[in-house]
Design a protein around this ligand. Structure first.
Ligand SMILES: *[C@@H]1O[C@H](CO)[C@@H](O)[C@H](O)[C@H]1NC(C)=O
Ligand SMILES: *[C@@H]1O[C@H](CO)[C@@H](O)[C@H](O)[C@H]1NC(C)=O
Ligand SMILES: *[C@@H]1O[C@H](CO)[C@@H](O)[C@H](O)[C@H]1NC(C)=O
Length: 465
């Protein structure tokens, strides 16, 4: 009896414990050998990892370019798709390494599809990082997406003795909460996962001061703030460039050309070259993802008030809205039903290179972005500022880090406020553009702080021993 009890204890308790410690010991020895082996091979090398289209990850591309310019050997890891940034392609110190993207087949149950995707994506990323990327001194990873990249990069950093640096653009769990609701168990797991791996990193970056405070207060993670900057293709166009753009867009969208004369509605050619017309409509531009968290009806309603306002003799507005998304056709129907005289809305499909040009030719930008976490800033406002374009933006938690009301743009809470701002700013347009010019000068100041200077101050120290 006692004999068999001892045998059971031995077999089911002591043996597994012993085995566990032996495995830990073997792993530790392997780890030490491994680290001695890679020591020296990985100096000044950085893997920059983003589980997203590399060409659509401007911030990670700029990090790579800045690292390369400071003599680091950079491997930029991400999905293939659109053309990567020209500076990335030009740099001799940057190597691109694409990861295969996991896809789920249609008809799989949702929860199963999710796990299937996480597992296959982990395998693909691990394979790429182990087989195709040489050992590096640092791993800089973008978050979100955090599943599975944070865990994989964290594991690799332990295994290879690399330092893990996380660039927080937002929280993955807060994006998940948009579709599942805050109290969903998956959201709780994702939050916990982000917290754990966030704390295991050896350095952190984030996009706003509000996020810096949040990371520190909630999770005891200290991060450096690196605000986003627009790419250099964003700039104000001169009259001649605008003229060309309007004529070209006019081939598909007659709103840009004067009827019958084959000339643009905004510009005319005189003896002194191209000048802007005195009776031109104001160009209002917005890009939206047409999702529920960007409530387009606010802008539509504000324009309705503008259209119906009889107190002033207001100029016409051409409102250009770019972007693709689920609610686009729903709103297109509503727009088509409006029989407005003053306001025209078009939702063109623009070539990637035409979007910056149109921003550089517009009079006012509109942002309807509200953040899922309230802690990240809309990139489209950064791009508008890059084009010296003042912005009317819907208010949320940390917007003031970017847009200051009546300084470099307007902040509104609802459609009534937005329409009031439109009426005020355009009431004597285009004869009197004092307010727009004043805001634009202030925007210019933001534009003139170069990325490199801020990067050297805020980010470089993380990569120095
Ligand atoms: C990590 O280690 C593997 C081998 O275990 C090596 O092949 C790989 O290059 C290393 N990767 C990084 C990113 O350090
Ligand atoms: C917060 O982190 C620091 C080191 O980064 C550590 O010394 C400190 O104990 C942590 N505080 C809490 C409350 O976990
Ligand atoms: C027109 O707009 C101005 C400024 O927002 C407002 O004071 C006025 O009441 C509006 N008039 C009408 C008829 O809506």
């Amino acid at each position: 009896m006692a004999d068999s009890l001892i045998r059971i204890i031995n077999l089911w308790i002591l043996f597994p414990i012993g085995l566990f410690f032996r495995l830990v010991l073997i792993f530790s020895i392997l780890l030490i050998i491994r680290r001695l082996y890679v020591y020296g091979k990985k100096r000044s090398k950085v893997a920059v990892v983003v589980l997203g289209d590399v060409g659509r990850s401007p911030r990670m591309s700029y990090h790579s370019v800045s690292l390369a310019s400071h003599g680091f050997d950079v491997t930029l890891v991400g999905y293939a798709g659109s053309v990567p940034h020209p500076l990335v392609l030009e740099s001799k110190n940057i190597r691109l390494q694409f990861v295969k993207e996991a896809h789920v087949t249609r008809g799989m149950p949702r929860i199963f599809a999710y796990f299937y995707k996480v597992v296959t994506q982990s395998v693909y990323l691990l394979w790429t990082m182990v087989v195709q990327v040489s050992a590096t001194e640092y791993i800089l990873v973008q978050n979100p997406p955090c599943i599975p990249s944070l865990a994989i990069c964290c594991f690799l950093s332990v295994w290879n003795g690399s330092k893990l640096i996380i660039d927080w653009h937002n929280y993955g769990y807060s994006i998940l909460a948009l579709s599942l609701g805050e109290n969903h168990p998956m959201v709780k797991i994702a939050k916990w996962y982000e917290e754990i791996f966030g704390q295991l990193s050896s350095g952190n970056l984030c996009v706003t001061k509000a996020m810096q405070e949040h990371l520190f207060n909630k999770w005891n993670i200290s991060a450096d703030v690196m605000h986003d900057r627009a790419a250099s293709i964003f700039r104000k166009l001169d009259n001649e460039e605008r003229h060309k753009l309007f004529l070209r867009l006019g081939q598909d969208y007659p709103e840009f050309v004067a009827s019958g004369k084959g000339e643009s509605r905004f510009t005319h050619i005189g003896e002194l070259g191209v000048s802007m017309k005195n009776d031109r409509p104001a160009i209002l531009i917005s890009s939206t993802s047409w999702t529920e968290d960007e409530d387009f009806s606010v802008l539509l309603e504000a324009l309705q008030y503008y259209e119906e306002n009889t107190s002033f003799d207001l100029p016409n507005i051409l409102c250009v809205i770019t972007g693709k998304g689920p609610q686009k056709s729903y709103y297109q129907k509503q727009i088509a039903a409006k029989n407005w005289k003053r306001v025209k809305i078009i939702t063109p499909w623009l070539e990637a290179s035409d979007y910056p040009k149109l921003l550089g030719s517009a009079d006012l930008g509109v942002s309807l972005h509200t953040s899922s976490s309230g802690l990240d800033l809309p990139m489209k406002v950064v791009d508008m500022f890059g084009s010296s374009l003042p912005v009317a933006a819907v208010n949320f938690n940390c917007l003031s880090e970017l847009v200051q009301h009546d300084v470099n743009g307007f902040v509104f809470e609802n459609s009534a406020e937005l329409s009031k701002q439109l009426v005020n700013v355009f009431s004597d347009f285009p004869q009197d553009t004092t307010t727009l010019n004043r805001l634009s000068e202030e925007v210019e100041k933001f534009r003139n702080i170069p990325w490199n200077e801020a990067w050297d101050k805020n980010v470089l120290p993380l990569f120095k021993r």
